[in-house]
Design a protein around this ligand. Structure first.
Ligand SMILES: *[C@@H]1O[C@H](CO)[C@@H](O)[C@H](O)[C@H]1NC(C)=O
Ligand SMILES: *[C@@H]1O[C@H](CO)[C@@H](O)[C@H](O)[C@H]1NC(C)=O
Ligand SMILES: *[C@@H]1O[C@H](CO)[C@@H](O)[C@H](O)[C@H]1NC(C)=O
Ligand SMILES: *[C@@H]1O[C@H](CO)[C@@H](O)[C@H](O)[C@H]1NC(C)=O
Length: 352
């Protein structure tokens, strides 16, 4: 037998090449590797919660215009995956204003909290929480959960301030309250959300935009509408409802990033500014009230202040903005900053 006949030879070659073709094609058929996504049961729970919050808020009467001594409250939303080390400082901040604030805490269930560190305002203020991690949309979900819980809990919550365990107040409660409710020295005007909304760095935006794959944000979020802003913000009730009600943009933002683009995966810096600028840009100031120091940042982490840096001059410097407003909060502070901060709290920070 002559196996070397041209026909048989080509047939044999073809057969031999089938596995090779398969090997070449398979990696393209498999979905690309991605970072962690949101677990389905968590998403289902959230959907039910957000629906309840949306329905309860849409039937509420419109809030009256702000008046001095009005009972409207600030909801402080603490997003944390560790101890709330600055609880004593916040406690001092809240003292004497029991009727003007509410407090809600989202604690990552995988973290161990030393509850003996909690002060009275924080006790019993934990909302049902789910695991969070960097480089995933779970931080967005946690913030939305806090907004929904606060919307449902008290119709007099008029502003919603998101803070983390590393955030500290730079001003007294009275000052913060007036800055939010009467930003224009008491003149009656529509409340605005304080959230940074920026498109000043197109190269960075472009990298962030394609973190889930090219064109993955289309058609809901065209590149021209994509924005970046601070992860921490203060929203009006109207905007809190808009965020909790949204399903259209969330469908895109909840998609996990590609593993190969992990260094562009910060969805929590984009979802809120993009959504609110698309829905009501005029209702947002476009700046944040939370000062953060990005000088020499490493791996997406801003400068972490240590106790030796805490002075009156630092607080003065952190309050200062290039605009007419003053920063009200700052991050990130190491837990060991509590002592030096408490030392200047009574005599300086809350003296305004
Ligand atoms: C919790 O904090 C208290 C007060 O600082 C401390 O004495 C205690 O050792 C801590 N407990 C744990 C388990 O870390
Ligand atoms: C992205 O992944 C690479 C390789 O796994 C890792 O070295 C790097 O630290 C990651 N970057 C971020 C920002 O997570
Ligand atoms: C910001 O952080 C840098 C170190 O990364 C520090 O040198 C600088 O003093 C900080 N700026 C302010 C205003 O705290
Ligand atoms: C103010 O503007 C200067 C110059 O543009 C900049 O270096 C500085 O970081 C800005 N400060 C704040 C608080 O934004």
């Amino acid at each position: 037998m002559h196996y070397s006949s041209p026909l048989l030879l080509s047939l044999l070659l073809l057969l031999l090449s089938v596995p090779a073709i398969f090997l070449l094609v398979t990696p393209r058929v498999l979905p690309p590797k991605t970072l962690p996504s949101i677990p389905d049961p968590d998403e289902a729970d959230d959907l039910a919660l957000f629906r309840r919050a949306t329905i309860s808020s849409s039937t509420a009467l419109p809030l009256p215009l702000p008046r001095p001594h009005s009972p409207q409250k600030i909801a402080f939303l603490f997003l944390t995956n560790s101890d709330l080390s600055f609880a004593p400082l916040w406690e001092r901040f809240f003292r004497g204003h029991r009727h003007s604030f509410n407090l809600y805490i989202h604690l990552d269930p995988n973290s161990k909290l030393n509850s003996s560190l909690l002060t009275s305002s924080f006790v019993g203020r934990f909302i049902p929480a789910k695991a969070t991690q960097r480089g995933s949309p779970t931080l967005i979900s946690a913030a939305r959960r806090l907004l929904a819980a606060a919307l449902l809990d008290d119709p007099s919550n008029a502003f919603f301030a998101l803070v983390s365990q590393h955030c500290v107040p730079l001003r007294s409660f009275r000052y913060v309250y007036r800055a939010l409710f009467f930003p224009d020295r008491g003149r009656r005007q529509r409340h605005k959300s304080f959230i940074e909304i920026s498109d000043s760095d197109p190269d960075l935006l472009q990298r962030r935009y394609v973190a889930r794959g090219d064109d993955m944000m289309l058609p809901e979020v065209p590149f021209e509408k994509f924005r970046i802003g601070s992860q921490f913000f203060v929203l009006t009730r109207k905007h809190a409802v808009a965020v909790v009600r949204d399903r259209r943009l969330w469908k895109k933002f909840k998609m996990p990033c590609l593993k190969a683009r992990n260094d562009s995966c910060y969805p929590e810096e984009h979802y809120f500014p993009t959504l609110l600028s698309m829905q009501d840009r005029a209702g947002c100031t476009g700046y944040t009230l939370t000062r953060v120091n990005w000088t020499e940042s490493v791996g997406g982490h801003p400068h972490l202040y240590g106790p030796e840096e805490v002075t009156r001059d630092l607080v003065k410097e952190l309050r200062r903005s290039n605009s007419t407003y003053s920063y009200l909060f700052a991050r990130k502070f190491a837990p060991t900053c509590l002592e030096p901060l408490m030392r200047i709290a009574e005599t300086f920070i809350f003296q305004d």
